[in-house]
Write a protein that binds this ligand. Structure first.
Ligand code: SF4
Ligand code: SF4
Length: 487
């Protein structure tokens, strides 16, 4: 059979089906309007976020959302994440993953149907098609028409808009990594970093190809998510379903009028298939091609309204309810299954991680101290018999203002310290520093202890000298030629 199918290509590697161009028909309805809304919100967030400003004072960037790779910071409005706090980013990624599990088990492939970037950009490009070439029938005619100058001009104009959208998309991405207005100026002046141009070029190309040409092929053949999703769904998950027990046998209104009772509700108008952005005919049953966008529901509900039959021949429904309905049970609300053990469990895990992150964020300290002792040599015996150890101490100030801090020795009786920026005569058990805003200050500390001091543990204790009074301690060890204390 494959031998006779013109859409099947034969190659030494085997048979594969050539892509059939999908020309979805314009449709209006609640799901289409919801798709518009999600598209507007997601695109506005993606393109607009880098331009939002956020006043953090004179010592930090004023871009609301910024991944500052050079200074190793992630800014998100009032939140500033340092490299040692990467667990916040990991936590957010885990939340996003569990959020997808939650959405999938509750409402099926809603992510694919509405919010996935591939869906959003494909939808955008399909509207560009409609703008240049008209609705479904006109586009199909133009596709089949021979190449004339008119068709060439139309195609080139459309692809130019594709390219502009793709370039804008790639350009918006790099704005998240540097001050947006400055980067735009540098970019057009040819003064941006090479990686900026390479990133824009790669993203422009991928958006142009994936959104402009490959479209539903990405969902069907490239994306792993639909395969994972099927493992997350159960008989209580919502799916877009054609109710064949109600629609079959299908037949036109005329046929139904001639043979009352011989046909189901489907009038075989093909509207559900015509509006599908992936070209799937939902009457064939669920398939990986169906991203559950609900546009066929809009189309069929409109047809049902026009022919005076009840809506919902195609609808969001769970497998369990579909079986019950097919057996004669009344139609039940598809939303009553949202809260069930699996979705509640996902929600509790998701919410607990979120609450944990919020708690950590609210209680985290904005100061930090760490100490690394020199180990070669571990100690130096001074002329007067006292013993000296050297340390590299890091004082971290995570606030957007300079802060006065006090570092003192905890333990190590008789010990004193000084730094490489002060004379040894001023050695003391407590020293004061001013750590610049949003910075980590690395300081060489020399700690000296009287002759006969044994090797022992001690700590550097840091206290912020401001209204917050935050404290932190770095435990370390003092080495001496005398054995350990207590030995
Ligand atoms: S079959 Fe219906 S729900 Fe599925 S992708 Fe097509 S239009 Fe959307
Ligand atoms: S839109 Fe409804 S009536 Fe028309 S072919 Fe599809 S299922 Fe049948």
């Amino acid at each position: 059979m494959a031998q006779n199918n013109p859409l099947i290509h034969h190659s030494p590697l085997g048979d594969y089906e050539a892509r059939r161009a999908v020309h979805p028909k314009r449709i209006d309805g609640p799901f289409r309007r919801f798709k518009w809304l999600i598209m507007a919100v997601t695109l506005a967030i993606y393109y607009g976020t880098p331009w939002l400003r956020w006043d953090r004072g004179p010592y930090a960037p004023d871009q609301a959302v910024l991944i500052d790779v050079a200074n190793r910071r992630f800014y998100m409005f009032d939140i500033e994440i340092w490299p040692h706090e990467f667990y916040f980013v990991a936590g957010l990624l885990i939340m996003a993953g569990i959020g997808l599990f939650l959405v999938t088990s509750a409402v099926g492939r809603a992510w694919c149907g509405y919010a996935c970037p591939q869906t959003v950009w494909t939808d955008l490009f399909q509207h560009v098609d409609r703008f240049f070439d008209g609705d479904r029938n006109a586009r199909m005619r133009l596709d089949a028409a021979p190449w004339t100058w008119g068709k060439v001009v139309r195609r080139l104009s459309k692809w130019t808009i594709y390219l502009a959208i793709a370039f804008w998309t790639g350009g918006a991405w790099i704005m998240y990594f540097a001050d947006a207005p400055t980067l735009v100026r540098d970019f057009w002046a040819g003064e941006a970093a090479p990686v900026a141009y390479i990133t824009v070029a790669v993203l422009t190309l991928t958006t142009f190809i994936l959104g402009g040409f490959m479209r539903e092929q990405v969902c069907i053949y490239m994306c792993p998510w639909p395969r994972i999703q099927s493992a997350l769904m159960d008989e209580h998950s919502l799916m877009v379903t054609y109710k064949d027990w109600r629609g079959e046998p299908r037949g036109s209104v005329k046929k139904a009028e001639k043979n009352p009772g011989a046909f189901g509700d489907c009038v075989d108008c093909n509207m559900c298939h015509a509006v599908c952005p992936t070209g799937w005919d939902i009457r064939k049953g669920p398939d990986i091609s169906c991203i559950t966008c609900g546009l066929c529901i809009d189309a069929c509900d409109r047809v049902m309204r026009d022919v005076g039959r009840p809506r919902g021949l195609i609808d969001y429904i769970t497998l369990e309810d579909a079986k019950a309905e097919a057996a004669g049970a009344p139609v039940r609300s598809p939303w009553r299954n949202l809260a069930r053990p699996r979705t509640i469990a996902y929600f509790l895990i998701w919410g607990s991680i979120g609450a944990g992150l919020l708690f950590l964020l609210g209680t985290r300290s904005h100061t930090d101290i760490s100490a690394a002792p020199d180990r070669n040599p571990a100690f130096t015996v001074m002329r007067d018999g006292s013993v000296r150890n050297n340390f590299t101490v890091k004082l971290r100030n995570m606030e957007n203002r300079p802060r006065a801090m006090e570092v003192s020795l905890q333990g190590l009786e008789g010990g004193r310290m000084w730094t490489d920026t002060m004379p040894a005569e001023r050695a003391a058990r407590t020293l004061r520093f001013t750590v610049p805003a949003d910075a980590t200050e690395s300081v060489r500390f020399y700690v000296v202890s009287p002759q006969g001091t044994a090797s022992q543990d001690f700590a550097f204790r840091l206290v912020a000298l401001d209204e917050q009074g935050e404290t932190d301690t770095a435990e370390t060890r003092f080495e001496s030629p005398v054995g350990s204390a207590g030995e």
